[in-house]
Design a protein around this ligand. Structure first.
Ligand SMILES: C[S@@+](CC[C@H](N)C(=O)[O-])C[C@H]1O[C@@H](n2cnc3c(N)ncnc32)[C@H](O)[C@@H]1O
Ligand code: SF4
Length: 374
């Protein structure tokens, strides 16, 4: 089973935290969409006939595409790869694009999962992050999506914002769970190089919040989400039973995916390739030259990646799978190194599975890097 990711590289304006590749040159939209369709066709062999199970249209801001433009992308996938086995088609959307008419159009074109970038229900923080919507637009977007028939709805929230108190974070989470969402992605703010916040960090205008505050916000998130009936199934992701994100779960499972559009990544089980993160060059280059960089993963890379993606998720590491994929020697290596974390109670071994309890995911990086093979 495989997935297709389409990167729509446009935004109306750039949010101060965001380092995803996008630009505001909307005049190029039609040309880019045509190039993406061309790429979908020319790279049809990449997945070697594997059945497509999920489609994810992300960005950038896919909701800057009309429903018929999204429909045309899906039509191209249908003709080139087939849609019969596709169970999840997600589109990322910004709240201020989500009018009732727009949403009905999207739904009618076969999109069955919507991911709305709410980020916060507090106007002060939305302005500070340079979002183009406000809290009431966010709430209206969720209601409109329901009324248009979207019953699989995920929203993004950001915490770890310097001026946000714990009570305000609790308010944001209460707002989220008041609505009938099936899934929540909650990300700790990261101050990335190349963004406005990255520049503010360098000049001392903002600072990372301290680790105790991060931990309190994270524990509140875990408690409120699980009390509201959500499974905390990955460090940043929460789902009502039966509503985990298939597309993202497949990334973490090591399933194969084709990524098209500027900056998109692809993976065929051995090799990871990156498309050029530049709209002009993407348009100029022949499709076969758009993957400007690639890496072939060694057994060690594959093992380390397996450890990392598995331990940030509720599934954890099944010892039989570790042995089947990487051999008895790697299982032995892992089990030996894992012992000290088991003794500290931050790694659990139960029913042939090693897992980190969800309350410790936030410190999982230090555990995971110690379990790597270097
Ligand atoms: C590709 S972006 C969102 C797509 C859509 N354009 C939107 O803004 O709603 C995916 C999500 O990543 C999260 N994100 C991006 N940069 C982040 C950062 N530096 N820190 C925390 N979360 C971030 C945001 O929650 C965002 O909604
Ligand atoms: S968060 Fe979304 S809207 Fe904002 S810059 Fe990133 S991709 Fe664009």
């Amino acid at each position: 089973m495989a997935g297709i990711y389409i990167h729509i590289p446009f935004c109306k304006s750039k949010c101060y935290y965001c380092d995803f590749y996008s630009c505001t040159l909307l005049a190029k939209k039609e040309e880019v969409l045509a190039a993406i369709c061309d790429e979908l066709e020319r790279r049809a062999n990449f997945l070697q006939g594997e059945t497509i199970e999920t489609i994810y249209i992300g960005g950038g801001t896919p909701s800057l595409c009309t429903p018929s433009e999204i429909g045309a992308l899906l039509e191209k996938i249908s003709r080139t790869y087939g849609l019969l086995s596709v169970k999840e088609i997600t589109v990322e959307a910004n709240p201020d694009d989500l009018t009732p008419e727009y949403l009905q159009g999207l739904h009618a074109n076969g999109v069955n999962r919507l991911s709305i970038g709410i980020q916060s229900f507090i106007d002060r923080d939305l302005r500070w992050m340079h979002r183009r919507h406000n809290a009431s637009t966010a709430i209206r977007a969720i209601d409109n999506a329901h009324n248009a028939g979207f019953d699989n709805l995920t929203i993004d929230l950001i915490y770890g914002i310097p001026q946000m108190s714990l009570a305000e974070w609790e308010y944001n989470l209460r707002q989220a769970f008041r609505h009938e969402i099936t899934h929540l992605s909650a990300y700790h703010l990261t101050l990335e190089d190349g963004t406005v916040f990255g520049r503010w960090l360098r000049t001392g205008k903002i600072h990372e919040i301290d680790s105790e505050s991060s931990q309190s916000a994270y524990l509140l998130l875990h408690d409120m989400a699980t009390s509201a009936g959500f499974e905390h199934y990955e460090i940043s992701n929460f789902a009502r039973p039966g509503f985990r994100a298939h597309h993202n779960s497949n990334y973490w499972n090591g399933s194969h995916y084709l990524g098209v559009g500027p900056s998109a990544h692809s993976y065929d089980g051995k090799r990871r390739t990156w498309n050029i993160a530049n709209l002009h060059q993407y348009l100029l280059l022949e499709p076969q030259d758009r993957h400007f960089d690639s890496e072939t993963l060694s057994d060690q890379d594959l093992y380390n990646e397996f450890i990392m993606t598995s331990l940030r998720r509720a599934e954890g590491i099944n010892t039989e799978e570790l042995e089947r994929r990487f051999g008895a020697r790697k299982l032995h290596y892992f089990s030996q190194r894992a012992q000290k974390f088991i003794n500290q109670g931050i790694l659990i071994y139960q029913h042939n599975t090693f897992y980190i309890p969800a309350v410790h995911y936030l410190i999982s990086d230090s555990i995971i890097s110690d379990l790597f093979e270097v």
